[in-house]
Design a protein around this ligand. Sequence first.
Ligand code: ZN
Length: 249
Amino acid sequence: MSLSQPATPVPQSPATGVGRHRSALVLYSGGQDSTTCLAQALTRYDRVETLGFDYGQRHGVEMQVRLTARQALVQAFPEWRARLGEDHVLSLDVLTQIGGSSLTDDVAFAMQADGLPNTFVPGRNLLFLTLAGALAYRRGMSVIVTGVCETDFSGYPDCRDDTMKAMQLALNLGLDRRLLIDTPLMWLDKAQTWALAQALGGDKLVELIRRETHTCYQGVRDALHAWGYGCGTCPACELRARGWAAWTA
Ligand code: ZN
């Protein structure tokens, strides 16, 4: 399999790194999407910090992977090192207290009666963005970058573009700041997200994302597949594998 094939054309989101926006807080879980977002932020903004959430997710391995993947990124791309600042982790145990999701409770992945997968954690992204806004306020940062998308989004309503726009408006009003929520993957499918990684950092970045990031909901990292580590059967692995197959076809 060649990683050097011509990249699929990738729609570009506005060049938010120019003009008055110089610093960005990236919601960073150590997965394919947020690592691609982090790489892009490091090409666009003078100062980039990362934010992760510990909410009792069953795939707790992501809390370690996000650190090793972040480190691998600046080792592979030393030109980004000076731009990458602090990492922040906030605890959101409250999501475990609410429970009822297969991401936080020990229940099998399944579809709910309302058509959503039971991996949906109600309010998760709303809380993530609210806390990211509060941290950005304290850190004097003007952009929040998040890897949510509507294309391969499992139907999660809190990943929708309208939700992001509404959250941006709420944060701007509630904090009395001009904060931008930048969603570079909003209209990309998983194949196009691989293509974006290729465009940003060539085969080196694609290989880093393949090996160093973690997407699997089950936290499995015992076998390296063509598309990366994972159980291969959970909804997150299926999306990632399908995107890789489409991109490399
Ligand atoms: Zn999996």
